[in-house]
Ligand binder design. Structure first.
Ligand code: NDP
Length: 294
């Protein structure tokens, strides 16, 4: 049977329409829209483009957004002041610190400073800690891993008891997605650059989450027949045949994987659009929580 291709754009469009409706309902009740505050330090073009996309998505869904755009030379104190300002602004319900921060900024201190109930990126150590602990629920879960889980639920992939292999162990994708799969009762293996015989471990995966940032690194022959693959990787490669001279591919060799797997997400148009959607959803949840706690 042909593999199902999971289109993140289609899922995201539906969810964003629901979020827009909810945001309008919130605004009518609260007298102001849900608000997202963004801190961007430096001029990394990818980060700047992510921030632009996030702010545009906010506008479209009826959320208010404000930006603290600081130069690459900003000091630790200046970045902390930007976060504190957003912490103290009642019209801001969620705070996003765009990572990575420049090397001279202490990232952990900055993330710790974000008010817990505005931590819509879910990176505060207390939220990550709650995600890691049995019987605890974080206030927010990180956007990209949550997008992965939304995709898995969308296609009704059986998670309980499934062997899930997460390729990559970064703080923003691999590790939190592994914790979320564990909470969903999957049997989780995390592999990384020091793993021996990566292909053999990946071949044991009923579910494979690829998040390594290496173009088409995971070959079709490494995958278990019938596996469900969510490809988080977004890698820019040269492509003289395309108008722009480049295109984006995932961490999985898509064409090789297609005849083997039961479902696989697209790149681009896969996890990316869902990441932004989950950020909007978390901001809306934060806004409701604030209103309801008054
Ligand atoms: P990082 O570079 O932070 O982490 C990469 C992980 O992959 C590390 O754990 C590393 O292992 C592992 N790895 C690297 N090379 C290999 C290898 N040859 N074999 C096995 N493991 C390897 O990346 P991110 O997690 O930030 O991002 C991963 C990918 O996801 C990127 O393509 C990124 O662009 C994409 N991404 C997409 C998002 C979206 O919204 N769609 C959002 C965020 C990221 P080790 O720990 O041992 O170094």
């Amino acid at each position: 049977m042909a593999a199902q291709i999971i289109d993140g754009t289609v899922i995201a469009e539906r969810l964003r329409a629901e979020i827009a409706q909810e945001a309008a309902r919130y605004a009518a009740q609260a007298g102001h829209p849900p608000g997202l505050g963004v801190v961007l330090v430096g001029d990394n073009p990818a980060s700047a483009s992510y921030v632009r996309m996030k702010r545009r998505a906010c506008e479209r869904a009826g959320l208010h957004s404000v930006g603290h755009l600081l130069p690459a030379t900003a000091t630790q104190a200046e970045v902390e002041a930007a976060v504190n300002d957003l912490n103290d602004t009642p019209a801001i319900h969620g705070i996003l610190v765009q990572l990575p921060l420049p090397d001279h900024i202490d990232e952990e201190t900055i993330l710790r400073l974000v008010s817990l109930d505005k931590d819509v990126d879910g990176f505060h150590p207390i939220n990550i800690g709650a995600l890691a602990m049995k019987g605890r629920d974080p206030l927010f879960t990180p956007a990209t891993p949550t997008g992965v889980m939304v995709m898995l639920r969308e296609i009704e992939a059986p998670l309980t008891g499934a062997n899930a292999v997460v390729v990559g162990r970064s703080n923003i994708v691999g590790l939190p997605v592994a914790l979320m799969l564990l909470k969903a009762n999957a049997t989780v293996t995390i592999v990384h650059s020091r793993t021996r015989d990566l292909a053999a471990v990946i071949r044991g995966g009923d579910i494979v989450i690829a998040a390594i940032g290496r173009p088409e690194f995971i070959r079709g022959a490494w995958l278990k027949p019938g596996a469900v693959v969510i490809d988080v990787g977004t890698n820019k490669i040269d492509d003289p045949a395309s108008e722009r001279g480049y295109r984006y591919v995932g961490d999985v060799a898509f064409e090789e994987a297609l005849p083997v797997v039961s479902a696989i997400s697209k790149v681009p148009g896969g996890v990316g659009p869902l990441t932004i959607t989950m950020l909007l959803d978390n901001t809306l949840k934060a806004a409701w929580r604030t209103l309801e706690s008054r």
